[in-house]
Ligand binder design. Structure first.
Ligand code: NAP
Length: 239
């Protein structure tokens, strides 16, 4: 059996092309489910994942989780190394090649993004995910934050904050309208890469808005990495 650590569009595409057991964290209540067999929920750290790999007779693991899901990627690397199961990391390319002259600012973490956003503008559009919001709350008074699902403590958001619930797909026209409607002057994003969430960046460029991009955490050392679903299919076929 092949274990596919998912939660991304690439993982769903791979699951549609190859028989795998897809694994989701269970973060959202109504996830987009991949085709084929699915399990939901954490494994219980490196020990739990290593036990799962052994007890289920997993032959290979593809880690197609989001570039910012560094915890599960590190766990996969450690667990696979421990029990001798081959591991492939499928990670879509980032947006560094898109950087637009002068208006794209790269930072190493959400804290730096928050302080830079406060320097650069007054009305910030945040699409860095629900878990990152507390970092920005301390620094930014006026924010439009877009998340997939609300969190229990969202009622405590600062007065000048507006929470939008949307999981896409997003269009250039829609993103232009959103940025204009809220008179946004800074967009903050993670370097998620891919086309799915890219229209906000094209819209920001068209409107001349500053963009702050949080760099990705580095992938675990010593793991094979591919950047396309085709390459992952080939890697699996070779096994
Ligand atoms: P994370 O911080 O790297 O992982 C935290 C814990 O969640 C892991 O230790 C593991 O629990 C569990 N987990 C994560 N992904 C899992 C999976 N695919 N299957 C089973 N357990 C999983 O992860 P995260 O950033 O919260 O992301 C959670 C999920 O959302 C991932 O599947 C990711 O692909 C998806 N996602 C994340 C982002 C993002 O920006 N971070 C964006 C879009 C989608 P145990 O230690 O108990 O095994």
């Amino acid at each position: 059996m092949i274990l596919l650590l998912g939660g991304t569009a690439e993982a769903r595409e791979l699951a549609a092309r190859t028989p795998v057991l897809s694994s989701l964290a269970g973060r959202v209540s109504n996830p987009r489910l991949p085709e084929g067999e699915v399990r939901i929920g954490g494994f219980g750290g490196v020990d739990g994942l290593a036990s799962f790999l052994s007890s289920e007779g997993v032959k290979a693991v593809v880690d197609a989780t989001h570039p910012f899901a560094a915890g599960i990627s590190a766990n996969a690397a450690a667990a696979c190394a421990r029990v001798g199961v081959p591991l492939l990391r499928l990670e879509r390319p980032g947006w560094s090649d898109l950087a637009q002259a002068g208006r794209w600012h790269w930072v190493d973490n959400h804290e730096d993004a928050a302080w830079l956003a406060a320097d650069l503008g007054e009305r910030v559009f945040l699409s860095t995910g629900r878990q990152s919001l507390p970092v920005f709350e301390k620094v930014l008074p006026v924010v439009v934050a877009r998340v997939v699902e609300p969190a229990v403590d969202d009622a405590l958001l600062p007065e000048g904050w507006l929470l939008l619930l949307d999981r896409g797909p997003y269009t250039l026209e829609g993103e232009l309208a959103l940025l204009r409607q809220h008179q946004i002057d800074v967009v903050v994003t993670k370097d998620s890469g891919g086309d799915y969430t890219r229209p906000k960046l094209d819209a920001a460029d068209e409107l001349g808005i500053e963009v702050i991009v949080v760099r990705r955490p580095p992938p675990p050392a010593g793991v094979d990495v591919v950047s396309s679903v085709d390459a992952a299919v080939d890697w699996l076929a070779a096994r």
